[in-house]
Design a protein around this ligand. Structure first.
Ligand SMILES: Cc1cc2nc3c(=O)[nH]c(=O)nc-3n(C[C@H](O)[C@H](O)[C@H](O)COP(=O)(O)OP(=O)(O)OC[C@H]3O[C@@H](n4cnc5c(N)ncnc54)[C@H](O)[C@@H]3O)c2cc1C
Length: 412
């Protein structure tokens, strides 16, 4: 068993996603020695569309993530389309004045990986299987899933950045069902190798029907990514059906029996030729305290706001940055550092989580009433975005400020 001494404060960071990688750099800057473990055998580089808001960009800059850039295409347009390829003006993230930057998840992961200081290595195929805290530290049993070997190591802090179904949360807080709030939707997201038929590189599309939608996100210098999002009362049964017939075939069923049309047809054909896709249910994580002694949850493990809020990656970076700064500000008082960190982030995260519900209605409508609301909201926003005064008012709103401010200003 390795003992942690007071002058080499070691932090175990569980999960090499965006939050975990960013936390490793932020903690190293704060004088900690991070050890990152990742359950997968290698990095997950691929991706889907990410909108990065100002508070995430501020955090990324401070942590030292280089190369995060806006991939919004020149003259970008998003259309509302139907299966027969009729189109009318829609609304994309690029239409929002002073809106978020558009990028791929892989852009953020790569920047966070490249920013890691030399002393931080990632131990792949490694997962925690037990955690025990005492006043002095945390003893963690680490299992190497390749070799089957287990060893106990001591750390001064454990950061659970291991995503929505976090093992750290399960070990230290309790079973997943206590913390996961199912929204009743499934998503499938992936990158395309080329533009879809009938769409130029700078053109995005939204196909919206009751209970199911399909989105195409365009980029300046990259093929588009797509998102299928649909309602499912019983997500366990839905997962089982997809496992039985394959995800591509399940999407054909869910988006049938009508002919798929050129756009969805081509996208599902691409899906059949790739293993790099995400298929999952949409669940929000709510935990009433994000730290317990020397164990802290970060990113989706602590507060997954869901993709509909568009704030998961942004808030993962902001949370990691704030954590490093709080630890640096209270170097000899871990409890105060973690309490202040949590207190500072809570209002913003609550706002991001709340936004997931109205945003879900914009993404995928389940009733004619929600469809009318989507049409009205798009028309209203397209109107508002033309008037600088209205935009100024919107930019004064609390939500806008939280998304685009500096969430760690209290510690910086
Ligand atoms: C389709 C889609 C679109 C999105 N769009 C946006 C957007 O526009 N804007 C935005 O800000 N966010 C968006 N998000 C959300 C964002 O991608 C996530 O919130 C963010 O990537 C979560 O990062 P994380 O590091 O907290 O978790 P994860 O990315 O889930 O990383 C967790 C890591 O921990 C590892 N792990 C899990 N269990 C263990 C274990 N037991 N031991 C060791 N390692 C483990 C996993 O393998 C993984 O590498 C979107 C998400 C989706 C799915």
């Amino acid at each position: 068993m390795t003992q942690a001494s007071s002058d080499t404060r070691r932090a175990l960071i569980v999960g090499a996603g965006i939050a975990g990688l960013a936390a490793a750099s932020a903690l190293a800057k704060a004088g900690w020695q991070p050890v990152v473990i990742e359950r997968a055998a290698q990095r997950r580089r691929g991706g889907y569309f990410i909108a990065m808001f100002g508070c995430g960009r501020t955090a990324a800059n401070r942590i030292g993530l280089q190369g995060i850039r806006n991939r919004v295409p020149d003259r970008a347009h998003t259309y509302l389309v139907d299966r027969a390829a009729n189109r009318r003006p829609g609304l994309g993230f690029q239409d929002v004045p002073n809106g978020p930057w558009m990028m791929l998840r892989g852009d953020v992961e790569r920047s966070a990986f490249d920013a890691l200081p030399d002393q931080v290595a990632i131990r792949f195929s490694t997962t925690p299987t037990a955690l025990t805290q005492d006043g002095e530290g945390v003893a963690v049993t680490l299992l190497n899933t390749q070799t089957g070997e287990s060893a106990v190591e001591r750390f001064d802090l454990v950061v659970g950045a291991d995503g929505i179904r976090s093992t750290v949360r399960q070990l230290a807080w309790g079973p997943h069902e206590n913390y996961l709030n199912r929204l009743g939707f499934m998503i499938c997201a992936f990158e395309l190798p080329e533009s879809l038929p009938g769409l130029k590189q700078q053109e995005g599309a939204i196909l919206s029907e009751p209970g199911r939608s399909f989105w195409v996100f365009p980029f300046a210098d990259h093929a588009p990514t797509v998102l299928f999002s649909y309602h499912a009362d019983d997500v366990d049964a839905e997962r089982a059906r997809a496992k039985q017939v394959g995800v591509a075939q399940r999407l054909r069923q869910v988006y049938g029996p009508e002919p798929l049309g050129d756009l969805m047809g081509a996208a599902i054909e691409h899906l059949e030729n790739t293993d790099e896709f995400l298929f999952d249910s949409v669940e929000q994580v709510t935990v009433d305290h994000w730290h317990d002694g020397r164990v802290v949850l970060l990113g989706d493990a602590a507060w997954c706001p869901t993709l509909y809020s568009g704030m998961g990656a942004t808030s993962g970076l902001a949370g990691a940055d704030a954590l490093g700064l709080a630890l640096a500000k209270y170097p000899d008082d871990l409890e105060t550092a973690l309490s202040k960190w949590e207190e500072t982030l809570r209002p913003a995260i609550a706002d991001f989580q709340k936004s997931a519900y109205p945003m879900r209605e914009l993404f995928t409508q389940t009733s004619p009433q929600e469809q009318r609301k989507q049409t009205f909201t798009i028309a209203l926003r397209r109107f508002m975005f033309r008037f600088p005064l209205l935009m100024k008012l919107m930019m004064r709103s609390k939500s806008f400020q939280l998304r685009n401010g500096d969430l760690a200003a209290d510690f910086a």
